[in-house]
Design a protein around this ligand. Structure first.
Ligand code: RRO
Length: 329
């Protein structure tokens, strides 16, 4: 009933303290991402906790990992309000936050003050290669997974590095600086140009030892109710674009890139579809808003029951199962 951003700010005030895990965990859902051990494959997507203020609380909601950020080098206020609109009927929303960030130093203070009991991934954003690398070098001492945001729909430079020539330069520098896992987050593919470009991003990622891709960020759309007139669409309406993009990456990367599926994951069926198509993990944000704090427990329970009912040994067997069958046939 209240303004969406005011609602989010209220949650932030409440979610300052640690809570014990509200769900049970199952051994069958454990996953090892190149040495990063996850208790389950459900992650919180970037954007919910941009400034690392709710880590200890969010750790208790049953996630296997949290993506915190995106963080910028310097403080940034973001776009003018209103900058979030909900489409309740479609379980979706549009945001045009415009990368608000407390900046790297304050972010790190928050990060070290709040105790996370699960692996933390940090999403980083920047306006230049130099800025990305500076943030990366600073953060790599504290976290071992970085998600490089190539696809913010709401700032002038937000998708600059999704352009293959620019990404090539960034990927080369990241490779030189690399320690730990590096993912890149991309936009959904909707046309042939997007496909061709993503194909190049995949090739460059493989060449420069990027570990995986998070697919997808919000879909750029026009929206008059938002102050700047445009934003990124997330939630149920994004789901089919996410599946398309995940399939495309799986086909073109031949199992050499880890895929995190992000976009419209509301229940176990959504998550299982993504796993079968090749995603190793799924990430959610919008469904947490519409379904509430037990959404992660519900999804995990559903996946566990599916695994048992269909005689899979564990989640690892589910990942890419469709593509494995195709290969046999
Ligand atoms: O802050 C934002 O406007 C924002 C970012 Br950085 C992003 O990556 N995706 C999004 O939907 N919003």
């Amino acid at each position: 009933m209240i303004d969406p951003e005011r609602g989010h700010d209220l949650i932030k005030k409440f979610a300052k303290f640690p809570i014990p895990n509200i769900c049970t965990e199952n051994e069958e859902l454990r996953l090892n991402l190149k040495g990063v051990k996850l208790r389950n494959p459900i992650g919180l997507a970037a954007g919910f906790d941009k400034n690392a203020e709710m880590i200890s609380f969010l750790s208790g909601l049953g996630f296997g990992y949290l993506v915190i950020g995106s963080v910028l080098l310097n403080e940034n206020k973001g776009n003018p309000k209103p900058r979030i609109v909900r489409y309740e009927k479609y379980l979706s929303m549009v945001n045009s936050m415009g990368l608000p960030s407390v900046g790297l130093r304050k972010f790190l203070r928050n990060l070290t003050k709040n105790k996370a009991r699960i692996p933390l991934f940090v999403s980083i954003a920047g306006n230049s290669v130099k800025e990305f690398i500076e943030i990366y070098n600073f953060l790599k001492k504290f976290v071992n997974v970085i998600e490089v945001n190539l696809s913010c729909p709401n700032t002038e430079n937000g998708r600059l590095f999704l352009e293959a020539n620019n990404f090539q330069i960034l990927a080369r520098e990241l490779e030189k600086a690399k320690s730990g896992l590096v993912f890149v987050k991309v936009s959904p593919i909707i046309n042939k140009n997007d496909r061709d470009n993503l194909q190049e991003i995949i090739e460059i990622s493989l060449k420069h030892k990027i570990d995986g891709i998070t697919a997808v960020n919000a879909l750029p759309v026009e929206e008059k109710a938002i102050s700047v007139g445009f934003g990124g669409l997330s939630g149920k309406l994004l789901f089919k674009y996410m599946l398309d993009t995940v399939s495309f990456i799986q086909e073109n990367a031949q199992n050499k890139l880890i895929i995190n599926a992000c976009g419209g994951i509301f229940n176990e069926k959504d998550a299982i579809k993504a796993f079968l198509l090749g995603a190793s993990t799924v990430q959610l944000y919008t469904s947490l808003i519409y379904e509430g704090p037990y959404v992660v427990c519900k999804i995990k329970k559903g996946i566990y029951e599916f695994i048992k009912k269909n005689n899979f040994k564990n989640i690892e067997e589910l990942i890419g199962y469709f593509t494995k069958i195709e290969a046999i046939n």
